[in-house]
Design a protein. Structure first.
Length: 251
């Protein structure tokens, strides 16, 4: 019998969600990993974006031990995390029309690249506009979102659409609207969000698939090693040198 403490209930909920995305999103994970492998093999560059807490999963695949060295963070100043003051400014920036266009225009992203966009709700102007404009530039887009939001909320983009509507591949995190797994009669609001756990796992599953697809094609995946193991810095230095024109977080 599972532990019915609040901690145990949260673990049960998170494990249940992980099992769902493992089973129900397998084809999409394979498609996303193959898309990234195709991009790497064709000389393209990889980017990841997320606003607010959705940025945590995007950051988790950038400059990461055991991760693809070519994954670059596409950062929007003030919208990447809770370091901006006040923290509510980040939420406000997600709703600003035109911001994504300005970010893309000033970024190195170009046709033939791939962009992973993480947005739990997928309803705000920033991720929707970014996906639309990236595809117009010839960039392949992978969206990581909770599709349920499209049926339970209204879009905040002028088009009335959601992130899921502008992607080459959609990964559905299955997170319930509101992102809170637990309730108590004595607590007036639901609590214990699981979106970061599930979204990060989804993206790491995609990265693993990408590495495997590249290896199957006889291409050594450009992976980073931990700098805290002997020889790690030397290994990474060679990867950085070999792929210098496709890695932007070192400039």
């Amino acid at each position: 019998m599972s532990d019915r403490t609040l901690a145990g209930q949260f673990f049960d909920a998170a494990i249940g969600l992980l099992q769902r995305v493992r089973d129900e999103e397998a084809e999409s994970v394979t498609a996303a990993g193959t898309l990234l492998a195709d991009t790497v093999a064709d000389g393209g560059r990889l980017f990841a974006f997320g606003a607010g807490h959705s940025s945590l999963a995007a950051q988790d695949v950038v400059y990461r031990a055991g991760g693809l060295a070519l994954m670059n963070l596409l950062a929007v100043p003030g919208a990447v995390g809770v370091d901006v003051m006040p923290a509510t400014l980040g939420s406000a920036l997600e709703r600003v029309d035109g911001l994504a266009t300005a970010v893309l225009d000033s970024s190195p992203i170009r046709s033939g690249d791939a962009l992973v966009i993480v947005s739990l709700s997928g309803r705000n102007a920033l991720p929707v506009e970014m996906a639309m404009n990236a595809r117009a530039l010839g960039v392949k887009v992978i969206g990581v979102t909770s599709v349920a939001y499209a049926t339970r909320t209204t879009s905040r983009h002028v088009s009335g659409t959601y992130l899921k509507d502008h992607c080459d591949v959609v990964l559905d995190s299955k997170i319930a609207v509101g992102d809170a797994e637990l309730t108590l009669d004595t607590v007036p609001a639901p609590f214990a969000p699981a979106s970061t756990v599930v979204t990060s796992a989804l993206l790491q599953a995609v990265m693993a698939t990408t590495a495997g697809v590249l290896a199957d094609r006889g291409i050594e995946p450009p992976l980073l090693r931990s700098g805290n193991v002997d020889g790690g810095h030397e290994w990474n230095g060679k990867v950085f040198e070999q792929y210098a024109d496709r890695i932007f977080y070192r400039r």
